[in-house]
Write a protein that binds this ligand. Sequence first.
Ligand SMILES: NC(=O)c1ccc[n+]([C@@H]2O[C@H](COP(=O)([O-])OP(=O)(O)OC[C@H]3O[C@@H](n4cnc5c(N)ncnc54)[C@H](OP(=O)(O)O)[C@@H]3O)[C@@H](O)[C@H]2O)c1
Length: 320
Amino acid sequence: MKAILARKYGSPDVLTLEEVEQPTPESAQVLIKVHAAATNPSYWHRMEGKISMLRQAYGDPEPIDHAMGGDCAGIVTAVGPDVTRFAVGDAVFGGAKGAFAEYAIAGEKNLVHKPESVSFVDAAAIPTGGLTALQGLRDYGHITSGQHVLIIGASGGVGIYAVQIAKSFDTQVTAVCSTRNSDMVKDIGADKVIDYTQQDWDGTGPYDLILDMVGERPFDGYVKNLTPEGRMVSVGALGMDTMAFMAKMGGYKASEEEERVFNFMAQFKTDDLTTLAQLMESGAVKSVIDRTFPLEETAVAMTMQGSKRISGKVVITMDA
Ligand SMILES: NC(=O)c1ccc[n+]([C@@H]2O[C@H](COP(=O)([O-])OP(=O)(O)OC[C@H]3O[C@@H](n4cnc5c(N)ncnc54)[C@H](OP(=O)(O)O)[C@@H]3O)[C@@H](O)[C@H]2O)c1
């Protein structure tokens, strides 16, 4: 089968399209014929190899595991002996190992059935961004109906799902993005859009909940825009270097902001994937696809990912 491999760390030109052996599912694993696979910032960091924590996981000085990609949608073509929830022929989406390939292996707990009304491309786009938005808003932000929510970085792969999931909790959503993405963010349900090229969101609250994908301000810059019981959830670093963001988070010690400022790493959870599937099936949440690329052009897709300028998601399609 054809697969994209990263045998070295570096820029997207380290990615090679190679003929490799099709994997075989073991125990609770599922083999998927991948129809679509999305890019994500974390795959960019894995490819670059500049973050020491990731190098420890993937191999140092060179990656040991060469597979690339994770979020995907496709058809089950084989199952391991311990698989109970899937059969050959099922359409699924979720997280796999090495999804930038014609076939990929996934643990069954990282997959759910794809609703028939949702395309493979739209389903492949959602796992990481949707889980991050859901867990950030619900588990750390304690979102409830009637709240006023500020979403900073609303046009990206987490933000598009955060806007829609926040609306599904019957909240008032103010979304921060640039001019070129304002209409799209309104279309997916934001009640108010602040174009950060024209206006600062500082002073536009107070907000019950701030979900931030940009990370460029000190924590008290967020806290002063919260209601007395408000919460701020820090997701990522679109507005600054990721290394600087990690240093900032590492240096953060709960003090007077204790229990108001939260930072977390999203987890793959079957129940949460099921929630995302239900939200998509009901029409409450949809994917916004900036561009699709064939597998051969994965390096171009990853260059786009590295630019931090994607509107919604970029998806690799295997059956283009
Ligand atoms: N904690 C976790 O578990 C977790 C999970 C997923 C992602 N993350 C992190 O969260 C961040 C967001 O991920 P993502 O997938 O949404 O990224 P993304 O898809 O690359 O975000 C791209 C979008 O961000 C906008 N943007 C870029 N710079 C901006 C700025 N300074 N202010 C506001 N918007 C800006 C861009 O639009 P414009 O160019 O028009 O502004 C573009 O639409 C990343 O740092 C990622 O590593 C963390």
